[in-house]
Design a protein around this ligand. Structure first.
Ligand code: FAD
Length: 376
């Protein structure tokens, strides 16, 4: 963990040429290559903003307690329950609150409903769910993996050269990701709540309602909480690491199923964060994802309703804008002499074509200005 609270890899031994190559071809800070998942390879084609989709819909878990506990409609958690109980996988690798530092994350093994229930909900702070990949691969049995879009892109990239991954990980789930805020951002929430970090014995970023509250549970049993609009909108969204601002796949293109908030628009067309019953946006991207979703629906675990792909932009306007502006941001990085990541198969030109020239110019100039001012 490095200031202001992001996880960074640290090299502590010399790497072999083979290890160097493996990192260079899979680290999503260096390369995101989705030609085989997003390109013609999957036989589907891919929407420039929202990626490949065999099914697009809104939905929720029929288990009311899980739906309430989860971040949105509990679809990710319910799909995991189904994958486990139907025997598709033997365990799940997913991320939840760290036992020692309740505001932080740790990745662990879920083997039943209670574990999945406990890990439900979004945690807006750094996670490294692939850090122990080798140990998960060495355990007996197959597992489902839940991660940020970059985690799933990295796992798919590793699968190209490590055949154990396709054999052992039949299911990869992702969520739309606006980016990882620093731990300092969480600290600002605690400050605003008037809470000393040492007094905190539990912390959730949201969930327990939709969107739910950022809630600190203190040693004396009391809770202090803040709305999602305040915690995400005013604090955490201002603490994102730079890599996330040039993320070419923040929507989980490489996952079997990707979920997000199916926000209802307010009168002005902006997402409303009024508390409501949870509703997820669900995109099944692969045959595996589509089949599992159909099974979970048939088993009565999920309810879904189809949605036209063009409707997603109304629920996720900032994700639409981000994808449209990746090329202009890369151009600003090039002009500023920064090293460029390699992005392949992500339809960045087609996405940029959906933006206005003014939007492109603003995004280019805004980022270039921040480089020149030394703010990045
Ligand atoms: C950093 C971050 C940014 C996000 N940005 C967006 C966004 O821009 N738009 C949007 O619609 N949704 C975003 N979400 C996702 C959203 O909050 C919901 O997770 C999503 O709608 C799925 O809801 P659900 O009810 O199906 O998930 P749940 O059933 O609640 O399951 C959530 C799953 O995510 C896993 N998880 C939670 N936090 C992390 C983490 N930090 N790292 C790895 N795994 C984790 C949990 O283990 C659990 O399996 C973000 C989530 C995070 C953590």
């Amino acid at each position: 963990m490095q200031e202001p609270g992001y996880l960074r890899p640290r090299q502590n031994a010399a790497l072999t040429p083979g290890e160097e190559t493996a990192i260079a071809s899979a680290c999503p800070g260096l390369v995101v290559d989705e030609r085989d998942t997003c390109g013609a390879g999957n036989g589907l084609g891919s929407d420039a903003l929202w990626g490949p989709a065999r099914f697009v819909g809104t939905g929720y878990a029929t288990d009311a307690a899980l739906r309430h506990q989860a971040s949105s409609g509990g679809v990710i958690s319910m799909v995991l329950v189904h994958a486990l109980e139907s025997g598709l996988v033997d365990f799940i690798v997913q991320t939840g609150a760290d036992d020692a530092v309740p505001t932080a994350n740790s990745t662990g093994k879920s083997t039943g409903y209670a574990d999945i229930f406990a890990a439900a909900g979004s945690r807006y702070t750094a996670s490294a769910p692939l850090a122990e990949l080798e140990s998960w691969l060495q355990q007996s049995g197959r597992f489902a993996f839940v991660g940020k879009p970059c985690d799933v892109a990295a796992l798919r990239a590793r699968a190209r050269t490590d055949p154990r991954i396709n054999a052992k990980v039949p299911l990869m789930l992702a969520f739309f990701c606006a980016g990882i805020p620093s731990a300092a951002g969480t600290g600002r929430i605690l400050d605003a709540l008037g809470v000393d970090a040492d007094e905190v014995i539990g912390f959730r970023y949201r969930g327990d309602g939709w969107p739910g509250y950022a809630t600190a549970t203190l040693r004396d049993g009391s809770n202090r909480r803040m709305t999602y609009a305040d915690s995400w909108g005013d604090i955490l969204s201002k603490e994102l690491q730079f890599r996330c601002k040039i993320c070419p796949d923040a929507v989980g293109n490489a996952a079997d199923i990707s979920c997000a908030d199916a926000w209802y628009g307010d009168d002005r067309g902006y997402p409303s964060f009024e508390e409501a019953e949870g509703r997820s946006l669900v995109i099944a991207r692969t045959r595996v994802g589509e089949a599992l979703l159909a099974e979970a629906r048939a088993a009565g675990r999920l309810v879904t309703a189809p949605l036209a792909i063009a409707e997603i932009a109304k629920m996720q306007p900032s994700q639409a804008r981000r994808k449209k502006q990746i090329l202009s941001r890369l151009a600003a990085m090039a002009v500023a002499g920064r090293p460029l990541p390699r992005y392949r198969g992500l339809r960045l030109w087609a996405a940029a074509a959906r933006d206005t020239p003014v939007g492109q110019a603003r995004s280019f100039a805004g980022l270039l200005r921040r480089f020149i001012q030394g703010r990045i």
